[in-house]
Design a protein around this ligand. Structure first.
Ligand SMILES: O=C(O)C(=O)[C@H](O)CO
Ligand SMILES: [Mg+2]
Length: 260
C-alpha cells in the first residue's frame, strides 16, 4: 500500500509548522517533511510530531544568500556549508527526522564537484552516528537555473564515488521528468541508491492528478519495486491545500479496493 508524506514547505503554508503537521494528520497523510524549519524551536516541532504520531522524514540545509540555492558546492564557502550541515543534522536529531537534504547551490566545474564531494563526506561522517541519511537531489534547470546537481546520472556518480552508506538520492519525479523523463526505468535502475521519493504534476508542479506523468502508474511501479516508505507530496496546490486533496483520497481508496 502506497503511503504519502505531506511536504509542509508547499502544503498548508498559511499555518504554523505545528498546525500544518496537525492538518496533515487530519487529512490522512502518513508522514510529513519540510524545507527550512530553523526559525521554529525544535521542541515545538517535536511536540506536534509526538502529538500526531507522524514522523518528519526530512529537511534541507539552508540556501545561503538569495539566489545561491545552497552552499555545499560553492568553492571558498566550506565553513558556512559545514555550519549549515551541522545545523540541519542537529535539528534533524532533535526532531527525529530521518533525512537531511544537503543543497549544492549554483556552481559548476571541477572545483565545485570537488568541494561538493568533500562537504558530502563531512556530512555523511557527521550524520552516520545518528542514523540520519544525507540526500542529494537533482533540480530542474527551469526552477533552479545553474544548480550544480542536474541529473540522476550525475548524482549516482557522486554517490558511487563517495561510497558511504549514509548518502542517498532524493528522486524527485517532478524534477527528473523535466530533465530526463523515462521515470519508470530510472526508478528501477536507481532504486538501490534512492533514499526518498517526491512527486508533483509536470509541468505545473500542482496536485499529481494532471499533466504529463501518470502517477497511478508510477506509484504502482514504486510499490512493485518493494519501496514502502512514504512518498513526498511536494507540490503547490492550485487553490487551498484541503480543496486539492482529491488525489490523496483517490489513491487511498484505490489501495483499499484491491483489483481496481
Ligand atoms: O525543490 C525541491 O524539489 C526540493 O525538494 C528541495 O527541498 C529544494 O526546495
Ligand atoms: Mg524535491
Amino acid at each position: 500500500m502506497t503511503r504519502f508524506s505531506a511536504n509542509l514547505g508547499f502544503l498548508w503554508t498559511e499555518l504554523s509548522l505545528s498546525d500544518a503537521i496537525r492538518a496533515a494528520k487530519a487529512a490522512g497523510f502518513d508522514a510529513v517533511e519540510c524545507h527550512w524549519p530553523y526559525d521554529i524551536p525544535a521542541e515545538e516541532v517535536a511536540a506536534a510530531l509526538a502529538e500526531t504520531g507522524l514522523a518528519m522524514l526530512g529537511l534541507n540545509t539552508v540556501r545561503g544568500k538569495p539566489g545561491e540555492n545552497g552552499l555545499a558546492a560553492l568553492a571558498g564557502r566550506e565553513v558556512e556549508a559545514r555550519a549549515a550541515i551541522d545545523q540541519a543534522i542537529d535539528y534533524a536529531v532533535a526532531i527525529g527526522a530521518a533525512n537531511v537534504h544537503v543543497m549544492a547551490g549554483v556552481a559548476e566545474g571541477p572545483s565545485a564537484r570537488s568541494v561538493f564531494l568533500s562537504n558530502l563526506q563531512y556530512a555523511c561522517d557527521r550524520a552516520a552516528p545518528h542514523d540520519v541519511t544525507i540526500l542529494i537531489e537533482p533540480l530542474n534547470h527551469h526552477d533552479a537555473p545553474g544548480y550544480f546537481l542536474k541529473t540522476s546520472a550525475q548524482a549516482a556518480r557522486i554517490i558511487a564515488k563517495i561510497g558511504h552508506p549514509s548518502l542517498k538520492l532524493m528522486f524527485d519525479c517532478y524534477h527528473l521528468q523535466i530533465m530526463e523523463g523515462d521515470l519508470t526505468r530510472r526508478l528501477t535502475d536507481l532504486m538501490p541508491v534512492i533514499g526518498h521519493i517526491q512527486f508533483a504534476s509536470v509541468p505545473d508542479r500542482t496536485e499529481p492528478d494532471c499533466g504529463e506523468v501518470n502517477y497511478t502508474h508510477i506509484f504502482d511501479h514504486i510499490d512493485a519495486l518493494g519501496y514502502t516508505a512514504p512518498l513526498g507530496a511536494e507540490y503547490r496546490p492550485r487553490s487551498s491545500t484541503d480543496d486539492g486533496l482529491g488525489w490523496l483520497k483517490f489513491q487511498q481508496n484505490r489501495d483499499a479496493s484491491p483489483g481496481q
